[in-house]
Design a protein around this ligand. Structure first.
Ligand code: FAD
Length: 421
């Protein structure tokens, strides 16, 4: 095989794992691997949840991107300007043109707070915050320290968002934090979501709604946020319902990276890249693959998903270059720890066809599923170490792979009507 040129756009979770896996797979004389990212700050994003509560510092969850890449991977610190699909090349913001034999799109999502009227107007980062980026998470920490009771509203503007359970986790941790400080009895906590329940999947949704009730957090459903008045403290939905707040914690609208829209044929109307559910190849062109939050796949935008996808993607790039049939081996496997406060967490595990079920993971002797436990909380904390030292370097982790294990799961029959919710 002549020396191939592989270009990976994005050096976050998916881009870094893919680059390191490919570097292990191919000798330097077989493939040259280029990775592009606009900055040199790799954020461990699950850690952002803990920053507002003083349970993590931003410096602890950020590392240089270059240092996460194996020797022999070429890092370009640049903004991607455009992908020229017909010419198999990428244009960077300094005019560099990177030709490729294989392209991997791993540029995640962009937060579009400006898309909601008033959200980033007066009151932004004073009374209205997001913890979805390091600056916002840190600013919210100051606001929570100053908060002395009132109405705290947590709202996700619309789906899809990355880590769909993160706003719920924020509400649970806020309840714990306020109780610890002795001001919970003078705080109303509200969770407002555009969904018709606490979560997207019926069984997990019921469990999570039960937890919200237990923790006296009001659940407001089918709330499509249309406008924010950060001075008056009002969040208004498109159908005219109003929620007053003293502190608003928002998860803004998500879209794909802007260059996707500027590259004809690459993305859909939201800037996400159409991607084959099982092979991770895109219909854009056979040499274009995508993974992680940047795809349009019908599964959570999560680091776990990105990790499982990276395994199949790496295999399929090797097969594509060898002219072999691709492996249709990704079944939509996703899992997620959900912090519930008081040193406990739930774990959910699911795929395209099976919603989160009770039982144990990965076998009958494993971690409890859909049940709060200290073990799950410890699992969530330990995950940061696993992320830096095993996932990003592209090491195999026994028991964690692209197909969902069924051994420990209890089957609950779900009516077709509930399945479609
Ligand atoms: C608060 C929070 C909590 C979370 N908790 C969890 C959790 O508990 N479990 C879990 O599994 N997942 C969690 N996630 C989600 C997880 O972090 C993401 O799903 C994962 O990082 C996706 O990886 P990715 O490679 O697709 O995108 P990212 O890791 O976001 O990487 C995308 C990269 O592309 C770069 N980029 C974008 N556009 C351009 C451009 N034009 N030019 C150059 N570079 C560009 C960006 O700088 C970025 O580095 C959480 C996310 C958040 C925000």
């Amino acid at each position: 095989m002549s020396r191939k040129q592989i270009v990976i756009l994005g050096a976050g979770t998916g881009g870094t794992m893919t680059a390191n896996r490919l570097r292990r797979r191919f000798d330097p004389d077989e493939a040259e691997i280029h990775v592009v990212d606009r900055d040199d700050r790799h954020v461990y994003q699950p850690g952002l949840l803990f920053v507002p509560f003083g349970l993590a510092d931003v410096e602890e969850i950020v590392r240089p991107r270059r240092r996460q890449l194996r020797g022999g991977v070429v890092f370009h610190q640049n903004e991607v300007e455009e992908v020229r699909i017909e010419r198999d090349e990428v244009l960077l913001d300094d005019g560099t043109v990177l030709p490729y034999d294989v392209l991997v799109v791993a540029t995640g999502v962009r937060l579009q707070a400006d898309e909601t009227e008033g959200l980033t107007g007066a009151g932004w980062n004073e009374r209205v915050f997001t913890f979805y980026d390091p600056e916002g998470a840190e600013a919210l920490r100051g606001a929570l320290e100053r908060f002395d009771g009132g109405r705290l509203v947590v709202n996700l503007v619309d789906m899809p968002i990355k880590c769909p359970v993160a706003p719920l986790e924020f509400a649970f941790l806020a309840d714990w934090h306020l109780r610890e400080r002795g001001i919970r009895n003078r705080t109303e906590l509200v969770y407002a979501t555009p969904l018709d329940g606490a979560f997207t999947k019926p069984i997990a949704s019921e469990h999570l709604a039960g937890l919200l009730t237990e923790k006296e957090i009001e659940l407001v459903t089918e709330f499509n946020a249309g406008e924010v008045d950060g001075i008056g403290g009002t969040l208004t939905s498109y159908d005219g319902r109003e929620l007053d707040f003293d502190l608003l914690v928002t998860v803004p609208l998500h879209g794909g990276a802007p260059y996707v829209e500027r590259s004809p044929g690459l993305g859909d109307a939201l800037g996400f890249v159409p991607t084959d559910k099982q092979t991770l190849q895109t219909p854009v062109k056979p040499n274009v693959f995508a993974l992680g939050d940047a795809t349009d796949l019908p599964i959570s935008k999560a680091g776990s998903v990105t990790h499982f996808e990276a395994e199949i993607l790496t295999e399929n790039i090797a097969r594509y270059l060898a002219g072999e049939e691709l492996d249709a081996g990704y079944d939509g496997h996703a899992n997620c720890f959900i912090e519930t406060g008081f040193h406990k967490a739930l774990l959910i595990d699911f795929n395209y066809d099976t919603e989160p079920l009770p039982g144990h993971f990965p076998t009958v002797f494993g971690l409890p599923l859909l049940r709060e436990s200290r073990l799950n909380h410890l699992g969530k904390l330990a995950f940061q170490w696993v992320y830096w030292h095993a996932l990003l370097p592209g090491r195999e982790i026994p028991g964690l792979g692209p197909t969902m294990p069924t051994a420990g799961k209890k089957r609950i029959p779900v009516s077709p009507e509930r399945r479609t919710r």
